[in-house]
Design a binder for this molecule. Sequence first.
Ligand SMILES: Nc1ncnc2c1ncn2[C@@H]1O[C@H](COP(=O)(O)OP(=O)(O)O)[C@@H](O)[C@H]1O
Ligand SMILES: [Mg+2]
Length: 231
Amino acid sequence: MIEFCNVSKVYKKEFTAVKDINLKIQDGEFLFIVGKSGAGKSTLIKLLLREINPSDGVITYSGQNITKIKKRNVAKYRRKMGFVFQDYRLLPKLTVYENVAFAMEMICCDSKTIRREVPLVLSMVGLSDKAKYYPDELSGGEQQRVAIARAVINKPEAIIADEPTGNLDAETSKEIIKILTEINKRGTTVIMATHDMNIVNSCQKRIVELKRGVIIRDIKTRGCIDESKEN
Ligand SMILES: Nc1ncnc2c1ncn2[C@@H]1O[C@H](COP(=O)(O)OP(=O)(O)O)[C@@H](O)[C@H]1O
Ligand SMILES: [Mg+2]
């Protein structure tokens, strides 16, 4: 379980980006963090990834207070999670296969395991036929699918995605959500930040909505946020 307890983040000693956040995320949940640009979604994600520390409050991951993790242990902590970002962040000089294999090499997997696992994951994201392609030979949706393959290859407990569909059209975004849903069904926690209410409303998932750094809604079962009622 991931738990935020009274978490606030103040930037430059004056701007409160997220305020008094209390949030529990159970293992195996699929959670959307929504809100307009500037609402504090990425700040919450950065706090969870331990890229930044809160100004106040405590964040625990499986009972461990992550704000107290020493710098030299941060990489080990992050290995529990797979990350997906809006801009894909693939290595341009490596093929699709090599991009995914590289993530396994980073944790010293043996080559036999790599040769076995990479094709399985590429098949899961529907890219078996693009294994030898380079990132600049792929569409945005395909690049994001490679990024997802790379994020799941080491079997993380959770996938953390910050605006993974931010550069994609509606149809391609749906495919990405479908893949994330599939990963979630296999038991992986998925936490996805997005400003796109169309995506969120098309899924029956938990929605935590931020507004100016404060949680204004936490819809646990079925959510359809009607933007026309927003002020
Ligand atoms: N490093 C930073 N220094 C100062 N202000 C920041 C920093 N990062 C984010 N902010 C501010 O915090 C607010 C929330 O940002 P962010 O978490 O990126 O929102 P979102 O991801 O919802 O668009 C914004 O007003 C942004 O300008
Ligand atoms: Mg953001």
